[in-house]
Design a protein around this ligand. Structure first.
Ligand code: AMP
Length: 608
């Protein structure tokens, strides 16, 4: 059944669910039309009118009891607990390898036993249901075991990428008041344990430090390596969890401000895992390589390691930021699926060129998302790895768009996909929340069974509309295929004397230059215009044209049809673009960098 018919069938179910007969519906159509001053059609369209009606009947736009009932009645929210979904007891062949990493190999049965053992240990050491535990671990089996064990006892893991430091974590700690933190003793050259101890001193509600890779029991650390490899079971009678409980917290990406805690319930996150896995062609024979930080939602549950495990597949934990190591793992473990950001995908292209002898033929699907993938890189990836490319445009807040594996290649290479959930409603709107014409650019708003309707503590209510849509802050347009094309951020716009320049648009265009491998546009302070464009460029595309000068880049963009006011005023060459902990281009750092350069030049010109 096509998605269109599916939505109409679901509307019919919804009518039945609301208990409305044809007389009621006609009456309501008249009333609503009068109230809203527009024609309302509750029969022919699936244009959200029924959902609005369901919300109106409940008197608010938050997931009302009625909307929750609707999501459940349609099977979008199921009575599964997340750890049970992931370690589904109905999966057979439990003696096959399920988790590989850090020199450890666990079968599914062993993983399940490790989760039970860890849950029992945690409960024994006083971790209680409803408590939060900040988990800031790298890609290692301890992460997977601990997260599932915390869920099993009803405690809530807060997934924090290892690269976050005081500035990002302090607000998260104050808001969630975790009872414990799980950290590695060292992470590369960083003394993570000392960092965690300093945080604990300032936040005394953090009672315990769970440490992997070297504990000091004298300082009251708990040995995470021992916790995650010991045996034990929890009495079943102690399980009072409900699917509507918060199962975990993700953190918003924080490229423009402090990360915000995102509560994810078992049933809503389960929906996200299931629907994203369904379009990723995961099977019990799939081998998923986690090559990005597993604490980020993309590699964790979109569909990530949770999706692969839920399908009975195997998860291989690679070290993030090690493309050559990833190539070796693909060959050794016969990896079929992997997820990357575009910046990492470009590193993979270089690593691929240097890995001639390796057999990477097992690779079936490379999922690329988190930031916009340019067409050129998308095509080169497909060729270099001889596999299908899947664009993923998602957010930890829950809206997930994937290009489909059977979309025509042109669509796959030039669009960022469409919603994976049949329950998602999307709107593309202008600055006053009015729908734009189809194909025009506007901000994407989204609501659905996987999308949150509030951040923890109801902070930042401006991110939601009064009828419960999440404001993505992304500028998109709908492609004729029905997929979205991401143009940029509403706020990632350079304002040059009132003229708006979406940075994403400029970046996509400049990356077509044969001498440019990657580029990021940021605002540069300007005394008259307020802002102009500064372009950071990584040289070395395939064209062998050397480093293009500012003048050449401007001419290239102009020839490409870009309006003159959008042309960069400065080009800064860098060997690599700085990345945030989750692998996105760190624009905040670039903005600071150019502001410092401009200030220094200004000081140089104005002595005294
Ligand atoms: P996060 O919650 O960290 O995954 O960040 C979500 C945001 O990343 C989205 O709102 C977009 O701004 C951006 N993003 C994610 N995927 C894509 C993509 N494929 N293309 C462009 N931007 C993306």
């Amino acid at each position: 059944m096509g998605i269109e018919q599916e939505l109409l069938r679901e509307d019919a179910l919804l009518r039945a669910h609301l208990g409305l007969d044809s007389v009621d519906i006609t009456q309501l159509e008249i009333e609503f039309s009068e109230r809203l001053g527009t024609r309302v059609d509750l029969w022919g369209e699936h244009d959200h009118t029924l959902r609005q009606l369901a919300d109106a009947l409940d008197g608010n736009g938050r997931p009302s009891p009625r909307t929750s009932t609707l999501y459940r009645s349609r099977g979008w929210w199921r009575p599964d607990l997340l750890d049970e979904l992931v370690l589904d007891a109905r999966v057979r062949r439990v003696h096959r390898e399920a988790l590989v990493g850090d020199g450890r190999v666990l079968t599914r049965a062993e993983l399940d036993a490790a989760v039970s053992g860890c849950a029992a240990r945690l409960a024994h050491r006083g971790t209680r249901p409803g408590e939060n535990v900040l988990v800031q671990l790298p890609n290692q089996p301890q992460f997977v075991v601990l997260v599932l064990a915390l869920m099993r006892i009803g405690a809530r893991p807060v997934l924090a990428p290892p690269a976050l430091r005081d500035h990002e974590l302090a607000p998260v700690l104050s808001s969630l008041r975790p009872a414990a933190m799980a950290v590695p003793a060292r992470q590369r050259r960083f003394d993570h344990l000392r960092f965690a101890e300093r945080l604990r001193e300032r936040h005394p509600f953090v009672r315990n430090l769970l440490v992997s890779g070297g504990v000091d029991p004298a300082r009251g650390h708990l040995d995470l390596d021992e916790f995650t490899s010991s045996e034990g079971t929890l009495p079943a009678a102690d399980d009072h969890r409900r699917p509507s409980d918060v199962a975990l917290f993700l953190l918003s990406s924080g490229t423009t401000g402090a990360p915000k805690p995102i509560p994810r319930t078992h049933e809503a996150f389960g929906h996200v895992v299931r629907t994203s896995a369904a379009v990723s062609a995961l099977t019990p024979d799939s081998v998923y390589l986690a090559a990005m930080p597993v604490a980020h939602s993309f590699g964790f549950g979109h569909p990530g390691i949770l999706g692969a495990l839920a399908h009975g597949g195997k998860v291989v934990l690679g070290e993030s930021g090690d493309p050559a190591g990833a190539m070796a793992l693909i060959e050794r473990e016969r990896v079929t699926h992997c997820a990357l950001t575009p910046a990492v995908a470009r590193q993979w292209l270089t690593a691929r060129a240097a890995s001639h002898g390796l057999d990477l033929s097992s690779l079936e699907v490379l999922q690329v998302g988190g930031a916009r993938l340019d067409e050129e890189t998308a095509r080169r990836l497909g060729d270099a790895f001889d596999c299908r490319i899947q664009q993923v445009y998602g957010a930890s807040e829950g809206l997930l768009n994937f290009s489909r594996l059977d979309d025509p290649l042109d669509v796959v290479f030039t669009t960022q996909g469409r919603p994976v959930s049949p329950g998602d409603e999307t709107r593309v709107v202008d600055g006053r929340d009015r729908p734009v014409a189809d194909g025009e650019t506007g901000e994407l708003l989204a609501r659905g069974p996987g999308v949150i309707t509030a951040y923890h503590g109801d902070t930042d209510t401006a991110s939601f509309t009064s009828d419960g849509f999440y404001r993505t802050g992304d500028l998109v347009r709908r492609h004729p295929s029905g997929n979205f094309v991401v143009i940029g951020r509403v706020k990632d716009v350079i304002n040059r004397g009132g003229e708006k320049i979406p940075a994403g648009e400029l970046e996509a265009l400049v990356q077509k230059h044969p001498g440019v491998r990657a580029a990021a546009a940021v605002p540069m302070p300007h005394p008259v215009l307020g802002e102009t464009v500064c372009l950071y460029v990584v040289d070395g595309g395939d064209g062998g044209d050397g480093s293009p000068t500012l003048r050449e880049i401007r001419r290239f963009l102009e020839d490409g049809g870009l309006a003159p006011f959008k042309l960069p005023e400065r080009v800064v060459r860098v060997s690599a673009l700085p990345l945030t902990g989750t692998g996105k281009i760190d624009k905040a750092r670039l903005r600071e960098d150019v502001a410092t350069r401009v200030a220094a030049e200004h000081d140089g010109r104005c002595p005294g």
